[in-house]
Design a protein around this ligand. Structure first.
Ligand SMILES: [Zn+2]
Length: 522
């Protein structure tokens, strides 16, 4: 490989980079600058080359003192971590050591982050230790503490990443408490400390923190489960191992957690290693596993759970978001009167959403025919239907719109930017078993619910009640995507565990039935 002179390339390309108009953000510019250096030669390992990269950024006319001697090192290390150019990052650290440049708080933070990302698998999952790294991490940490007795939450989070990979990992528990004074620790620091607890056989502590992490709405990294699984893989007692897997799957079930493909692969290999059956499989829309042919469970939302959810949604989603702020007072009164006198409906339809499902450019004749076709589908089944829509729909041709207004209840609003909170309001008010017809996924609302358990229930209720119109067929019959008759959650059916996992290649969320593990003990 021909080694190139980074500095020369940088100097020759730097002006072109800065002159490109679409680079408006200075950070983007600087990143592009380093990227340019990195892309042109993956090897920067001479002090002079790093010195040149550093000076070029600092001295560039566009820099305007944004990057200084205080933050340039953290910037370059952070860049190397983001780009997963770990070796390059370590080479930069070596440069700092060789030049006797003492890393400051931000640089040490970035160093811990780099080390964690580079070594998490090696350290936690393969359980290999590097005493030199450990010594250096602890030295950096001690220097840091003596220079800065009080650390901010970001520095503490980064420190956790470093110290979790040493024998002094339990110090991270104190760092977590310090962070909690101002904020909730982030995903990666929770993941690091939980992995450390599992690695160091403090399993109960690991589970306790994992439960806490979920309660705090944080998402666990795969490293946690891979560490836990690799522990089981090392056990001699297979019965004990099976018990531990059972605990993991029950946790997945209770928290509605879907692991990723890497974790699914690890579960599958471990299951086979324990001399059991493991198959990657699909589950039919009716909930039948292609492998064992068992029917998966549908976990209905109970009446009490629904009532509780409804109370919280009314409070947080409907009132908390000032749904009615954009509505004029007369319209608000009208809606309130309507709700107070409202019957319970079997079906609540988002009229405009249905009308526009084939595009917004169609004539009112076509739009009204779409709504009428959907209404007639439910009316023919003797369902009580409510259509929510806009006042202008009253101007639609009477042929189809007349059918709608004669056969079901209609509530029309003037100018509302969002229809889905109205829909949600009416559906919740109507009752647990009301069907909601809209193509809108309404998933955004769950983020306004505070507790993860409530988010799980909301998703479950919605996924069991929502019909999505796909098209109207040639006979004028609506074709819906109907709720699947099983719940897409880890579950034990007879003695067989079914574990869903997220597949990155699977873009369509409706393909949830395609990636499952079917696990059977011998
Ligand atoms: Zn199965």
């Amino acid at each position: 490989m021909i080694r190139r002179n980074i500095c020369r390339l940088l100097v020759s390309n730097i002006d072109t980079l800065y002159c490109k108009r679409h680079f408006t953000n200075r950070e983007k510019l600087i990143h592009s600058l380093i990227e340019n250096a990195v892309d042109r030669s993956k090897i920067i390992n001479s002090r002079r080359e790093w010195g040149n990269v550093r000076q070029t950024i600092l001295n560039h006319e566009q820099n305007r003192k944004h990057y200084t001697m205080d933050n340039i090192d953290a910037l370059i290390l952070g860049f190397c971590t983001t780009r997963k150019e770990y070796e390059l990052g370590f080479s930069y650290l070596q440069f700092l050591k060789d030049e006797n440049i003492k890393p400051n708080l931000a640089t040490i933070g970035k160093y811990f982050k780099l080390l964690y990302h580079c070594n998490e698998k090696y350290y936690f999952i393969e359980k290999k230790k590097n005493p030199e790294d450990e010594e250096y991490i602890l030295k950096c940490y001690q220097d840091l503490r003596s220079d800065y007795p009080i650390l901010d939450s970001l520095s503490l989070e980064n420190t956790i990443l470093g110290v979790s990979m040493t024998h002094e990992w339990k110090k991270c528990l104190d760092f977590m408490e310090e962070i909690k004074i101002t904020t909730i620790p982030n995903n990666i620091s929770y993941s690091a400390i939980i992995s450390a607890a599992f690695l160091n056989n403090e399993e109960e502590l690991g589970w306790q923190l994992l439960e806490e992490m979920f309660r705090n709405g944080r998402n666990p990294g795969s490293v946690i489960f891979l560490t836990y699984l690799s522990n089981i893989g090392k056990m001699k007692n297979t019965a004990y191992g099976a018990e531990k897997l059972e605990r993991l799957f029950t946790f997945f079930h209770e928290n509605d957690f879907k692991c990723d493909k890497e974790v699914a692969d690890a579960i599958s290999s471990l299951y086979k290693k324990l001399d059991n059956h493991s198959s990657f499989t699909q589950v039919s829309y009716k909930g039948v596993c292609n492998n064992c042919h068992l029917k998966l469970n549908n976990y209905e939302v109970g009446q009490e759970e629904f009532d509780d959810l409804k109370k919280k949604l009314f409070k947080n989603v409907i009132i908390g978001r000032d749904l009615f702020v954009k509505t004029n007072p007369a319209e608000l009164r009208k809606f309130q009167n309507f709700i107070n006198d409202m019957d319970c409906f079997d079906v609540v339809l988002d009229g405009l959403n249905i009308a526009y499902s084939a595009g917004t450019k169609h004539s009112p004749q076509v739009l009204s025919a779409m709504v009428a076709a959907v209404v007639s589908f439910f009316v023919n089944q003797k369902k009580k239907v409510l259509v929510l829509g806009r006042i202008h729909m009253n101007r639609w041709p009477k042929e189809h719109w007349g059918y709608v207004t004669n056969t079901c209840s209609v509530f029309l609003t003037q100018n509302i930017s969002q229809d889905d909170p109205y829909l949600l309001y009416c559906a919740l008010h109507s009752g647990k078993d009301t069907i909601i017809v809209t193509r809108d996924l309404m998933r955004g609302h769950k983020f306004l619910l505070k507790y993860p358990k409530d988010k799980i229930l909301f998703n479950r209720w919605l996924s069991q009640r929502q019909f999505q119109l796909l098209r109207i067929n040639e006979e004028g019959k609506p074709i819906f995507r109907i709720p699947p008759s099983f719940t897409s959650v880890s579950q034990k059916n007879d003695d067989i565990w079914h574990i869903p996992y997220e597949n990155e290649t699977q873009v369509d969320k409706n393909d949830f039935h395609k990636s499952w593990l079917c696990l059977k003990c011998r």
